[in-house]
Write a protein that binds this ligand. Structure first.
Ligand code: SF4
Ligand code: SF4
Length: 283
């Protein structure tokens, strides 16, 4: 079809960084030790707020992904070997930043026999050993639905395990790469069945309808998910999927109330919500 002009960003997405002393101290530590967080490398608009409250997100297993989801700006290709020092380095960063709540995520490592699951488990264990008072949330890939690998993560005992559905069933094939809607549901079901707090996240603005979002809520609730985050998709670069629609803040609030009514224990639903936003409240 004809190439559409990108939509103009509405007012409610233009925000200024709010920050306090804690943020400034954290930023000094990050700069001094050259620590790597998703918050700063992804220039997340919530950085002031999250760091002020002692939450940050780290990406492990490298920065080259074996998949190429159309909403994601991560480089795709053949990843480098895993860094055996990474679990200790991430733990040390969390300790230096004095985080109350650490969120860990990774690229997908379909190139490795265990898809990176043992490296994940080592990282969780190392953080727990180094920072026993920091709560840990892991935003995991689907490990191709391999429950034996997901069990390695569960056995390492993070406080929250999260796996993102990203979008509604109909749009999944055109938005995600390799991952399927049903495989992600299966992953979530397996985590929830183990009794761990189970969380998922989706983006709006890709062309989904409210009805479809409600169906997704029903699907994840039925497998035991208790926390969901809903935010606006923002096109990270011109190579990524365009934004179909900027969803109004009132609609995010409407979905929050619908979700609470349906039975989620906790929902974050607002334009700038990211999967790790207000994560410490989901414990
Ligand atoms: Fe970091 Fe996530 Fe907060 Fe953004 S929302 S600043 S990535 S912890
Ligand atoms: Fe990005 Fe994750 Fe998709 Fe890789 S699997 S392209 S990191 S969203």
């Amino acid at each position: 079809g004809p190439r559409k002009r990108p939509l103009r960003k509405p007012e409610w997405l233009k925000i200024s960084l709010s920050a306090n002393d804690h943020f400034a101290r954290t930023k000094d530590i990050v700069d001094k030790h050259c620590l790597h967080t998703i918050c700063s490398s992804g220039r997340c608009p919530n950085m002031g707020e999250c760091w002020s409250r002692g939450t940050a997100t780290f990406m492990i297993a490298g920065d080259i992904c074996t998949r190429a989801c159309r909403f994601c700006n991560t480089n795709t290709g053949k990843p480098l070997p895993l860094d055996p020092n990474e679990p200790a380095n991430v733990a040390r960063s969390i300790e230096l930043m004095k985080l109350k709540h650490a969120v860990i995520t990774s690229v997908d490592r379909d190139d490795l026999p265990d898809y990176g699951a043992n490296h994940w488990a080592n990282t969780i264990r190392q953080i727990k050993a180094t920072c026993p008072n920091t709560t840990i949330e892991v935003l995991i890939p689907d490990f191709r639905g391999r429950t034996d690998l997901i069990d390695l993560i569960i056995a390492a005992k993070p406080d929250i395990i999260s796996h993102n559905m990203e979008t509604v069933r109909r749009l999944t094939p055109s938005v995600r790469h390799v991952a399927t809607y049903d495989c992600s549901l299966h992953v979530l079901a397996h985590i929830a069945a183990a009794g761990v707090t189970t969380k998922t996240g989706i983006m709006l603005g890709l062309g989904e309808t409210e009805q479809e979002v409600c169906e997704l809520m029903d699907d994840v609730l039925s497998v035991g998910v208790s926390v969901i985050t809903i935010g606006q998709y923002l096109q990270p670069s011109r190579r990524n999927l365009p934004v179909e629609e900027y969803i109004r803040p009132e609609q995010f609030e409407r979905l929050r109330l619908i979700g609470l009514e349906k039975g989620f224990r906790h929902i974050e639903s607002a334009p700038l919500v990211r999967s790790s936003y207000h994560a410490e409240r989901h414990l």
